[in-house]
Design a protein around this ligand. Structure first.
Ligand code: BT5
Length: 325
């Protein structure tokens, strides 16, 4: 708690030193105790300058996904109202699921620096090298029927695409249902899982993986990272992963409340404008067969409408899309 208090004072005075006396007065602890807290902050990676006469000055914050850094000036009410950060977990979706089963509040976010068994859909793997990407899961408790879950995937895809565009200026695009691509390469994947009764959702775990500073050599073929795509961005400098997390949480809150207030229609309109698919020739790999055709549209429940080569329309609610040209 004192760490946070001290940090707050230093953060609001980054252009000047704050004297030990001032820190003692505001926190109500001794000089020696202040020094101990400064040391513990330094261990977390904060660069704090100490001058015997002037006091302390915050020079740089670490790019670790520390809850207090994520929550600092975060402009949301619900999403990110609590943040739990781990160094390494099997999967943030699994950690969040366990917390949600114990009743943790909507909006709680779980992040990790690294995942040992990051999950994609259908038992696939999500490469999650340490400190390179953002791996996070958000607990949602929407008043919805279980068959409405694709709406949440749409909300997430729109929110994250907007966030990536705002953060980098790059033209991120959505590939149905859950991929975000830049220049045709996958930079983000979304995994939506849920626990539900027959006609109501208990909770949803919205898992989001973004390759932020991940070198191409750590990624599978066809994948990329924000840093790789930012032309002219020095390869020595990393993008702020905390910045990426914050902008995604803020965007997610905007779109999630828009869904609640205005329904799915405006989300779908925006989804269309950011989607790579309308009119595209595609192949869809379904669980037991493959279909080929042209993308017609997206339905109000989030399904993909495909016009088959035979002229018949088919509605697809889950599958993998391969672009044919
Ligand atoms: C996804 O699955 O794209 C969903 C990925 C969700 C990851 C997040 S990270 C936080 C949370 N915790 C988790 O355990 N998961 C979520 P899918 O559409 O099935 O795509 C998986 C495929 O993408 C793999 O089979 C690879 O071909 C490719 N892939 C694996 N790692 C990748 C990466 N880091 N970047 C881009 N593509 C990757």
């Amino acid at each position: 708690m004192h760490d946070e208090k001290i940090l707050k004072i230093l953060r609001t005075n980054t252009d000047i030193h704050t004297s030990s006396d001032e820190l003692c007065k505001t926190t109500g602890i001794t000089r020696a105790a202040v020094w101990k807290h400064i040391e513990s902050l330094r261990k977390e990676g904060y660069d704090i300058e100490a001058s015997p006469h002037l006091g302390y000055k915050l020079v740089a914050i670490p790019d670790s996904l520390i809850p207090s850094e994520i929550r600092w000036q975060l402009k949301t009410k619900t999403i990110g109202s609590a943040v739990i950060s781990y160094k390494k977990v099997d999967s943030t979706n699994d950690s969040a699921y366990a917390l949600a089963e114990n009743g943790i509040a909507e909006g709680t976010v779980v992040t990790a620096e690294e995942q040992a068994h990051g999950k994609g859909r259908h038992g696939r793997k999500w490469e999650s090298p340490p400190k390179a990407g953002v791996y996070m899961s958000c607990i949602l408790r929407p008043a919805m029927a279980p068959n409405e879950i694709p709406k949440i995937t749409l909300v997430a895809a729109v929110a994250v695409t907007k966030a990536i565009r705002r953060f980098t200026g790059l033209e991120a695009m959505i590939k149905w249902p859950n991929d975000i691509l830049i220049n045709g390469r996958k930079v983000c994947g979304i995994l939506t899982e849920m626990k539900a009764e027959q006609d109501s959702i208990d909770f949803i775990i919205l898992g989001i993986g973004v390759n932020v500073n991940t070198p191409g050599s750590c990624l599978p073929k066809g994948a990329t990272s924000l840093r790789e795509e930012l032309d002219g961005f020095s390869k020595k400098d990393n993008l702020s992963r905390i910045g990426v997390v914050k902008i995604i949480l803020e965007s997610l809150e905007e779109e999630y409340s828009r869904l609640r207030i205005k329904g799915v229609k405006p989300i779908i309109e925006e989804w269309r404008s950011m989607s790579m698919l309308p009119g595209a020739k595609i192949k869809v790999l379904l669980s037991n067969r493959t279909i080929e055709g042209e993308v017609h549209d997206i339905d109000s429940d989030g399904s993909l409408m495909v016009r088959l080569d035979s002229g018949v329309f088919e509605k697809v609610s889950s599958g993998d899309v391969v672009m044919l040209r």
